[in-house]
Design a protein around this ligand. Structure first.
Ligand code: ADP
Length: 541
């Protein structure tokens, strides 16, 4: 017997309809590429999203046609999020930090038909446009007055003229909820990038889950600053969840330095912010010397790479801000786990709570996870045994878009490529990417543990741990360190900083000081490149 409830397809257009109808006056504030602060609201976003839909109809972009963006976080990008997907096309957010050749490869692979770009990316578009075989329409996300006369890009139109000609009346089409809504390519540090193709259903379910109290706890009371880019896994789904709960959104545009981000947090009453550790490092470095404090910010979600415990501590102790450590990946829309305390841990002393809060957290309803050894045997949840982390759920990838070789799933589970422990209370902790694991004398050493300890040293701004070949132990860890500006520290001081923090055999054998650690397109440390740079390095004997 089937239930007798209404059956309604989950759709992204329902989010923007809801936001307009019930929270139309809630502000959307953007720092623009032009440099000024722009103010809009959910009603205007909805109207202009419908203009986008009409503009795509006018170009005869068919259902599921790919519309690409090369853009920062801002109101126009938000309008495209809803106008493109809501009208049945697929929003393809391209990461502008990728190499131009990769951008060309991605645009051709996705068969993009339209590209909307911020003017700061005009030089990239000028470099790649002739090689993007399927893109027929180029839209500069600016006013007509800012459109360059001789850009060299065929039939370039300004966004404002493009949508300005269109009506803001539009009836969103109804289609199967499994229809593709947006796509995002992984950064492709090894081989060509691969694309996750999200659906309306996966996006809506993820948006519900992200807003739950033990996840991001989003509500109409919030003013949210997604520093995480909209070109990286849909800014962790925040634009959709914000529309769902009627929260205010504050977009930082291209200006991500500590001073600008701090000003925006304060002037716009930001209560909740989201970003990768490197961005928060810049924010704290700006605030510390001048003794600045937050007036409303009470929590921040940090993920994308391991958040150093020293940062979680500093946010809590010095600024009264709770860090929610999160883990996920492009293939998971992206949220998998988030770290909030269980009731029974709330009464623990602060330092014991910290033992949990540094972990990547508890799995979100909707996602299932397990750890297995190399033979596929499930490992115990005792917080000690570690294994390859596998996940499944309605917002986890089943297959990559147009990827030969079939599904990557193993018995229905997606192998994340991460190695983790899970404790008896379900808190998961990533110890490494499987390709970064260091194996010394048959035992695994967590490079993240070694990095976290170095990052706790007051003179260290960034640390990366890599394994070096060793004749007796196979591999031994070394730590590559970037010193804080104006600070000095010796190799011996760093090495002795590990005393009593980690077992002796896990301590790094050496310290290498560098000016910078290579970062990838999503701001993560590029260990492949670092290893290349260290190819002539020899361990001390
Ligand atoms: P990429 O395109 O670089 O794969 P993703 O954002 O999809 O970008 O990267 C996902 C990977 O990032 C995860 O598999 C994991 O290795 C790492 N990661 C994400 N969040 C965390 C975290 N909180 N701690 C440690 N590693 C993380």
């Amino acid at each position: 017997m089937l239930g007798l409830m209404q059956s309604q397809n989950l759709s992204i257009s329902s989010l923007i309809d809801f936001a307009e109808k019930h929270n139309g006056d809630v502000e959307i504030v953007s720092r623009r590429v032009e440099g000024d602060i722009h103010r809009s609201n959910w009603e205007q976003i909805a109207q202009r999203a419908r203009q986008v839909a009409n503009a795509l109809d006018a170009l005869h972009i068919e259902m599921s046609g790919r519309v690409a963006t090369l853009a920062w976080n801002g109101y126009r990008h938000l309008e495209l999020y809803f106008g493109v997907s809501g009208s049945g096309r697929v929003l393809h957010t391209i990461n502008p930090r990728l190499h131009p050749d990769q951008i060309v490869w991605i645009a051709n692979h996705a068969e993009d038909q339209v590209l909307c770009f911020d003017m700061s990316f005009l030089p990239i578009v000028q470099q790649v446009h002739a090689k993007c075989n399927t893109i027929k329409h180029w839209v500069a996300m600016c006013d007509e007055s800012l459109l360059p006369k001789d850009s060299g890009i065929p039939k370039l139109v300004s966004y404002e003229t493009w949508i300005g000609k269109q009506s803001n009346q539009y009836t969103w089409p109804i289609f199967d909820e499994n229809t593709a809504s947006s796509m995002c390519y992984t950064s492709g540090t090894t081989g060509n990038p691969k694309a996750a193709l999200y659906s309306h259903r996966s996006t809506l379910l993820h948006a519900y889950a992200a807003a739950l109290p033990d996840v991001m706890c989003l509500s109409a009371k919030d003013s949210i600053l997604p520093v995480v880019p909209m070109f990286h896994v849909n800014a962790w789904g925040i634009p959709y969840s914000a529309a769902m709960v009627g929260a205010k959104l504050v977009f930082p545009g291209p200006t991500l330095d500590g001073k600008s981000v701090y000003e925006l947090i304060e002037t716009e009453g930001v209560t909740f912010a989201a970003g990768v550790p490197t961005v928060w490092q810049m924010l704290l470095s700006h605030m510390k010397p001048s003794g600045l404090k937050f007036s409303k910010l009470n929590r921040t979600v940090i993920g994308g790479s391991a958040c150093p415990p020293a940062m979680i501590h500093s946010f809590k102790e010095e600024y009264g801000v709770n860090v929610l450590h999160a883990w996920g990946m492009t293939e998971m829309s992206p949220l998998g786990t988030l770290c909030t305390l269980k009731n029974k841990h709330l009464s623990l002393p602060q330092d014991e709570q910290m033992n949990f809060l540094v972990k990547q957290g508890r799995v979100i309803f909707g996602v299932d996870m397990k750890i297995v050894n190399d033979e596929g045997l499930e490992q115990p949840h005792d917080g000690k045994a570690f294994g390859n982390l596998l996940v499944k759920g309605p917002w986890v990838l089943r297959e990559y878009y147009k990827q030969e070789g079939g599904t990557p799933l193993v018995d229905g589970w997606f192998p994340t490529g991460d190695v983790a422990t899970i404790d008896p209370d379900g808190y998961m902790q990533i110890t490494d990417r499987s390709k970064d694991v260091i194996k010394s004398g048959g035992e695994w050493i967590s490079s993240i543990d070694i990095e976290n300890i170095a990052m706790g040293h007051p003179a260290v701004v960034m640390a990366a741990c890599v394994g070096m070949p060793h004749p007796k132990w196979d591999e031994r860890p070394i730590v590559v360190v970037v010193k804080k500006q104006g600070q000095d520290v010796t190799r011996e001081e760093i090495l002795s900083f590990y005393d009593n923090k980690i077992s002796k055999w896990q301590k790094p054998d050496d310290v290498v000081f560098v000016d910078a650690i290579p970062l990838g397109a999503t701001g993560k440390m590029l260990k492949t490149k670092l290893r290349e740079q260290l190819k002539n390095y020899k361990l001390p004997v």
